[in-house]
Design a protein around this ligand. Structure first.
Ligand code: GLY
Ligand code: MN
Ligand code: MN
Length: 438
């Protein structure tokens, strides 16, 4: 059942930010061709889903603000015999109107007719067009027709705004329904990681563990939120390693960055475990630096702080750790000033999380880092990646470590949505006891 009230509330929020005498036009994601006539599994545009909860292609939402009055008009594909046979029957316009609570619902062939009447005397247009959106082509056609009638005194739209910018701002603070879905996604992903950690042993392949993760997502009605990274040994030093084709070697670490999307909401987890169930001395030294950086960074996830500060906390701990281990042979000041740690820690400590795994909200507002507020969700994911190089002691070669959790900002402090997956050395080794004995 669609929660009409919740989606209406979101549309209302957008409506309040729109100028009077304006129209917002937003379109569903198209089906994407994989090759020839095969398509990828359909994924709705996150902005479209955020406003509508509608999960099919070929749909357009129009939001009208005229004399401060809100009207929503939804356009969808007409149910037809071909779809009924090949992909399943589509809902009728009446059904969609009732289910989603739009003011009006019609089929796409009528979009042009309605749009041209709506555009008369509209001043501002809000849109999120990329390239060849159907609504953009029809909009331009309508505009041409209206221009021909310009002399009869019609006002033509004169201001165009990016709907994306506004929606990304709204999406930054999650409402309680979104929080529940991200919490659920985090729980499913955590269980998948635990199952994978228990199963891990030398001789298995990265692919087998990837399959186990995806199996766990799928049986819980979830999909991969992004392509899983299951990286053993030196593969973990390649940040976006997704081949997942190596065999797990005794004595190596395994970095797994994998998580699901549940009802279109993402989670994002990384754990780094010893393939044989026990971290060696050098792995432990590096692991504890990353863990400390992550834990201290999470402690700082409080209202008013910024992701920039949180990154700096992680960086400082990592930089000190690298100096202590002799991996940086310069003073702390020099290492920080010259960003020498970037040789081993080259990415940011976190990103917004929501409908997209890298949720698209801005990180700065008026050129200042965005201050954390209750309802914001993001990741904290420091790492260390030590490639084999003659400048580095051999005992540290080919070790890649990242620890990543999903954090919700609350008035009471940070809530770790993925805390079920162990991350201390002791807890991980305990979970793995017996996993090699099968
Ligand atoms: N899984 C992608 C990331 O951690 O940002
Ligand atoms: Mn991440
Ligand atoms: Mn990740």
């Amino acid at each position: 059942m669609i929660n009409k009230t919740m989606f209406k509330k979101r549309i209302k929020k957008l409506f309040r930010l729109m100028n009077d005498n304006s129209i917002a036009i937003i379109e569903s994601a198209p089906k994407k061709i994989r090759n020839n006539d095969s398509t990828y599994r359909y994924r709705q545009s996150s902005n479209f889903y955020y406003l509508t909860g509608y999960d099919n292609p070929s749909a357009i939402l129009v939001i009208l603000k005229k004399k401060k009055k809100l009207t929503t008009h939804f356009f969808t594909k007409k149910p037809n015999k071909h779809d009924e046979v090949w992909t399943g029957s589509l809902p009728s316009s009446v059904k969609i109107k009732n289910l989603h609570g739009f003011d009006k619902c019609d089929y796409q062939e009528d979009f042009e007719k309605y749009l041209i009447s709506y555009l008369e005397n509209i001043k501002s247009v809000y849109h999120s067009w990329d390239h060849d959106n159907v609504s953009k082509l029809i909009f331009n056609k309508c505009l041409d027709k209206l221009e021909q009638r310009y002399r009869s005194g019609i006002e033509l739209p004169s201001e165009f705004f990016s709907l994306k910018k506004i929606l990304h701002k709204l999406r930054l603070i999650k409402d309680k329904h979104e929080i529940e879905l991200i919490r659920a996604a985090g729980k499913i992903s955590s269980e998948a990681h635990i199952a994978m950690i228990k199963k891990c042993k030398p001789g298995l392949t990265e692919k087998e563990l990837e399959a186990l993760l995806i199996y766990n997502f799928n049986v819980n009605n979830a999909l991969e939120a992004y392509t899983s990274i299951v990286a053993s040994g030196k593969n973990a030093c390649v940040l976006h390693y997704i081949e997942n084709s190596s065999t797990l070697q005794n004595g190596d670490l395994l970095l797994t960055d994998a998580a699901c999307e549940y009802k279109n909401y993402a989670s994002d987890i990384t754990r780094t475990i010893p393939i044989n169930g026990r971290y060696n001395r050098y792995q432990k030294l590096l692991y504890n630096i990353v863990l400390k950086a992550q834990e201290k960074a999470i402690e700082a996830c409080v209202i008013g702080n910024t992701l920039q500060n949180i990154h700096l906390i992680a960086v400082k701990i990592i930089c000190k750790g690298l100096i202590e281990l002799g991996l940086i042979n310069k003073s702390y000041k020099q290492a920080m000033d010259e960003e020498l740690y970037k040789k081993f820690y080259m990415h940011n400590t976190g990103h917004w999380l929501g409908l997209d795994v890298h949720d698209p909200s801005e990180y700065k507002e008026d050129n200042e880092p965005v201050k954390l507020k209750a309802g914001m969700i993001f990741t904290v994911e420091p790492g260390l990646y030590i490639r084999a190089h003659k400048s580095v002691s051999k005992k540290f070669h080919n070790i890649g470590i990242r620890i990543e959790d999903d954090i919700l900002i609350t008035k009471k402090g940070p809530e770790i949505l993925t805390s079920n997956v162990p991350k201390s050395i002791k807890a991980i080794e305990k979970l793995m006891v017996g996993s090699n004995s099968e």
